[in-house]
Ligand binder design. Structure first.
Ligand SMILES: Cc1cc2nc3c(=O)[nH]c(=O)nc-3n(C[C@H](O)[C@H](O)[C@H](O)COP(=O)(O)OP(=O)(O)OC[C@H]3O[C@@H](n4cnc5c(N)ncnc54)[C@H](O)[C@@H]3O)c2cc1C
Length: 397
């Protein structure tokens, strides 16, 4: 059997690691368009911008690891087409690689700002992007961040912490509103304002000039540096051009198989038929890249796989750390256990009286218990949920 992985990010690296970890000793090729070996992206908007993480700490494996594990790592190599009849992946420059089982883990690309001058806004996806932003932001910079989602807010927090004067422009009335809803959106707005970051919400950018960002109401925000985090687009062209089923990502079964049984997909691009949630989900997060990469590798080896890990993600902003486990609509009922004002609490989102998701803020080692609550599907009295004197484990009884 010959395994080929296209996409040298976290999902691809974890898949390769799992293939070897499960004892496969045949040929493996990992094809990555970037010149860097696979790395983790979360530090790019946090520790690397703050200077608290060492640049080398982001890599998934050492360079020697690939040689020691006999992985043919092709960096700076872009797959341009998949010939499913011939079972080969074509690379830019006329090279090609034959496969028997293929994993696609091509990740996402950041959306550019679609206004005149929008190309002046720095985007953040790669190590090189992070280095560029880090070099551009100084303690005396005026920084405008376009987008009040996770990446925009993390970059704003890092730039602010480095002394820059930061304004975030967001299209919704509150940051993160489409993910967390009104109450927790307000919480994040308060967090940023309390740390000196300005927020211009419910508006959008109409132009980026060399010195300003122009808003819909005509406001002109002075800007030495403009950084955009307005979402990403999954890189599905390779899959779609090969005739694989796509719809908001690459459609995969619970075993991460695409509509071609010899081709699998993992990470940001995988729209998974989720065994626990009972519906399709596509999640653009670190934990999902790790676990779908691992699960896809096991499925490619012929093992029985039914992907059912609950979505999980985290953020760090200023002195706040949080983890979110589960999946809930933003308008679900929110119950808070703990203290919003001192920023130590767990927020639960309830759907039909059941916990659909939980977010622990500056409280640690509870994500597993939150996961158990979600999985239990128990109907829980919101007053008990809000009562910190009742153990989380006891709530399921
Ligand atoms: C700045 C930043 C901060 C983040 N912070 C968090 C966080 O705090 N918490 C969290 O949960 N998640 C976070 N994420 C999201 C997380 O990093 C992604 O979900 C994860 O990287 C997805 O992994 P992936 O392997 O699917 O894709 P990627 O990491 O995007 O890797 C895909 C790779 O495939 C390559 N590729 C694409 N097309 C081709 C081709 N045709 N041929 C060859 N190679 C190709 C790309 O160049 C890329 O190197 C963050 C992301 C960013 C950008």
């Amino acid at each position: 059997m010959t395994y080929v992985v296209v996409g040298g990010g976290l999902a691809g690296a974890k898949a390769v690691e799992t293939l070897r970890g499960e004892g496969f000793d045949g040929p493996i090729t990992l094809i990555g368009a970037e010149t860097e070996r696979p790395y983790e992206r979360p530090p790019l908007s946090k520790g690397l911008l703050l200077g608290t993480d060492k640049p080398d700490s982001v890599f998934v494996h050492t360079m020697e690891w690939y040689a020691e594990h006999n992985v043919d790592l092709r960096l700076g190599a872009t797959a341009t087409a998949i010939d499913r009849d011939a079972k080969v992946v074509r690379l830019a420059g006329d090279d090609e690689v034959a496969y028997e089982r293929l994993l696609l883990s091509t990740g996402s690309s950041p959306r550019p700002v679609p206004v005149p001058g929008g190309e002046r806004a720095l985007l953040l996806r790669t190590l090189e992007d992070s280095r560029r932003i880090s070099a551009a932001v100084t303690a005396s910079s005026k920084v405008v961040v376009v987008g009040a989602g996770w990446i925009g807010l993390e970059v704003a927090a890092a730039a602010s912490s480095r002394g820059a004067e930061v304004t975030v422009v967001g299209s919704t009335a509150l940051p993160l509103q489409k993910v967390l809803g009104d109450r927790m959106g307000q919480f994040f707005a308060d967090l940023h304002r309390a740390n000196g970051t300005g927020l211009r919400l419910g508006t959008h950018v109409t132009e980026v000039t060399p010195t300003e960002v122009v808003l819909a109401d005509g406001t002109r925000l002075p800007a030495d540096v403009v950084i955009a985090g307005i979402g990403v687009t999954p890189n599905v062209a390779l899959a779609a051009d090969a005739g694989l089923a796509t719809d908001d990502g690459v459609l995969v079964s619970g075993s991460l198989a695409t509509s071609d049984p010899d081709i699998f997909a993992a990470g940001d691009i995988a729209n998974v038929d989720h065994a626990c949630l009972g519906r399709r989900v596509r999640v653009e997060h670190w934990d999902v890249a790790i676990h779908t990469g691992q699960a896809a590798a096991r499925a490619m080896l012929g093992q029985e796989v039914a992907y059912d890990r609950l979505p999980y993600f985290f953020t760090d902003q200023y002195d706040l750390g949080m983890e979110y486990t589960g999946s809930a609509p933003p308008d679900a009922e929110v119950v808070v256990r703990g203290d919003l004002t001192n920023r130590e609490f767990i927020a639960f989102w309830l759907v039909d009286g059941r916990v659909a998701a939980g977010m622990n803020v500056n409280i640690w080692d509870v994500a597993d218990q939150i996961e158990s609550l979600v999985r239990s599907r128990a109907v829980i009295d919101p007053r008990r949920l809000a009562d910190p004197s009742i153990d989380l484990a006891a709530l399921r009884d």
